[in-house]
Design a protein around this ligand. Structure first.
Ligand SMILES: Cc1ncc(COP(=O)(O)O)c(C=O)c1O
Length: 312
């Protein structure tokens, strides 16, 4: 299920739809902190987040003629990715998002031509709505994280890090439902089990951490500025993969997330969203000397005019 070859195949299948993102180094932060700090900016990915990898993986695994339309549940970024794929395939898409989603994400979904349905903020509510629409309209449901094609698509980030051919001690990855983390961890461990994979959640939205401690999936009530990580419960498929392949789960608080956003904007000249900054926030706390650390900056979609309010 998690063979090296599977990730290679998905990588070549999704190539026409994605960018291979670079790895960037911060000299000044590395000098200050004593480790070598790298980032993989998926904020510069097509659609502004890593989500296009999983969506492209799932959609390209289906025969074009099997698809009537696409439907999904998303905090915004996965919706953009599915809408992008629907446009590329010239088919219809319906995206179920929370009424709290940033305008930037809503506008981008509309710009790709998809229909939007807004529901309450709970992730389980939008997943139920999207699954019902899938049955009624006979649209293919593209899960945001709890699907092997989707999570292995996200795992191609791990493959690009392996192909980078540079020593890596630890990779830091944000967690929502766990698709990004389970994909990257299972890919990296298939190629090089010595690289440590660290999952990162906001303290105010720690369903994976809480569930891992309890050794079973637990529901939480998320409260964080990281809108992409407000997940109520880990995925059924992603939870056991995280238990098997992930070395450590770390929590960061809201101040640390804001500080990480500021640092990346100031020092690395990148626009990133709060969800994309949690991995960097954890990397900044890492103690050690001369370690090669990489944080996956998972997205950059936010309301530009609200940056000051967000960071205040
Ligand atoms: C920017 C960003 N980072 C991380 C995540 C979490 O991804 P996953 O649900 O696969 O854990 C999301 C989810 O929407 C996201 O939008």
């Amino acid at each position: 299920m998690f063979e090296k070859e599977d990730f290679r195949q998905i990588q070549s299948r999704i190539k026409p739809f994605i960018h291979e993102t670079s790895v960037m180094f911060s000299q000044s932060l590395s000098d200050n902190l004593g480790n070598k700090l790298f980032i993989k900016p998926e904020s510069l990915q097509k659609t502004g987040s890593f989500k296009i990898r999983g969506a492209a993986s799932k959609v390209t695994s289906l025969g074009k003629q099997e698809i009537n339309g696409l439907v999904t549940a998303s905090s915004g970024n996965h919706g953009q990715a599915v809408a992008f794929m629907a446009k590329a395939y010239n088919i219809k898409a319906t995206i179920v998002i929370p009424n709290t989603a940033p305008q930037a994400k809503i506008k981008a979904i509309r710009a790709y031509g998809a229909e939007i349905i807004m529901v309450g903020p709970k992730s389980s509510e939008r997943i139920e709505t999207a699954q019902r629409i899938s049955q009624e309209m006979e649209y293919v449901y593209i899960p945001p994280y709890d699907d092997y094609e989707v999570l292995r698509g996200q795992g191609t980030i791990g493959l690009e890090l392996i192909d980078w051919n540079h020593p890596i001690d630890k990779v830091f990855v944000p967690i929502g439902g766990g698709g990004l983390l389970s994909g990257i961890a299972s890919c990296i461990k298939a190629f090089n089990p010595k690289i440590k994979v660290i999952g990162v959640e906001p303290k105010g939205s720690s369903c994976m951490y809480t569930s891992s401690k309890a050794r079973e999936r637990r529901e939480i009530s998320p409260d964080t500025i990281a809108d992409g990580l407000r997940t109520v419960i880990p995925g059924e498929l992603t939870f056991p993969i995280v238990q098997k392949y992930v070395d450590e789960l770390v929590l960061v608080d809201e101040f640390e997330i804001k500080n990480a956003m500021k640092m990346i904007m100031e020092r690395m000249k990148l626009i990133i969203e709060p969800s994309g900054a949690v991995s960097f926030a954890a990397m900044l706390k890492e103690e050690g000397k001369g370690l090669n650390l990489v944080s996956v900056i998972s997205g950059g979609n936010l309301d530009i005019m609200k940056i000051q309010e967000l960071l205040g």
